[in-house]
Design a protein around this ligand. Sequence first.
Ligand code: PLP
Length: 394
Amino acid sequence: MKGSVSLRDRLNATVRDIQRSGIRDFFDIVSTMKDVISLGIGEPDFNTPWHVRESTVFALERGATHYTSNYGYIELRRALSKYVLKIFGTEYNPEDEVLITVGVSEALDLALRAIINPGDEVLYHEPCYVSYRATILFAHGVPVEVPTRADNGFRLTRAMLEARVTPRTKILMLNFPNNPTGAVMSRADLEDIAAFARERDLLVITDEIYGELTYDAAHTSIASLPGLRERTIFLHGFSKAWAMTGFRLGYACGPAELIEAMMKIHQYTMLCASSLSQKAALEALARPESDVAEMLAEYRRRRNYIAAAFNDMGLACHRPLGAFYAFPSVAKFGVSSRDFALNLLREEKVAVVPGTAFGECGEGFVRCAYATSLENIKEAMVRIRRFLAGAGRP
Ligand code: PLP
């Protein structure tokens, strides 16, 4: 009888069996506590630039409250096409090679669903953004993780990929600058990876949401390397560099056939990204240099401070070269990174994210976002030092 089958047993098996995000679970605990300094959430602490907010209000007043083209406003796609050429070095036709999405999150989901047939393998590097594995599984793909290591700055090498590639591999997914490690790939590093993708005839999905946030060298986009544009879907958005997380605005650029396939899913499931957010994005592109440069300078100051402070207190921390995360090692304390994070939270009210939230090879590390004020970071470092020295030491 139907009534005897539990609701849980009626769920789609992939959805039922997938773990909830380790970050959200952790922050459910944090939200019940007072006076916590959070180095936990990967969200800029800056306000969205005022001219962007103001122009969104004007757009609302002027009635930009209707559906847009499924691809997104053409003015925005034109502006994005210019921006991507200037900053990332690849030219896309705004008519059919740019799709505006609900954040990079939606773009990632669309890209995977547009390409994967059940059983296709997707190579991706870990530690990585929490959604990658789940999104591949939701698209009926097979996630094949490639562990990266602190001793080479969490960069990906061709040899690591060669060890995991099979005849069923269809996609290579990349995220540099990386969440959660802060790793960056140089042009030479990416040239090796590009040669691998070409020789193995793989499609590439590159999530370059932190592309503007590099501290010591300019960012290189893999899509701009020879022979890659025609096999690559480039993803980017407004959440990080413009502190616009709540606007939920991202975009995908790539060959028209791939973008059209993504558009079909987007058309039937989402229709279009928010009209007001699209107007906001258009304004954000009006003067990106000054907005982004101001935040970048502040992140750099914090990066310099936090990486030095961790190494100074004996938590080995490779130098984050991009994004806004430090990923120090806590392995020498002999407890899991989850227990380390829980003890630190209980004893000193500092929230960090256990490295295992980003894949098994994140064990032994914690992620500390420096998307909070330098003052908060300094206080967090005082507390962590006390934790390591005192009774709270794990
Ligand atoms: N990709 C990476 C690597 C991220 O770190 C994040 C957010 O933390 C996202 C995508 C999600 O971006 P969006 O807000 O555009 O959906």
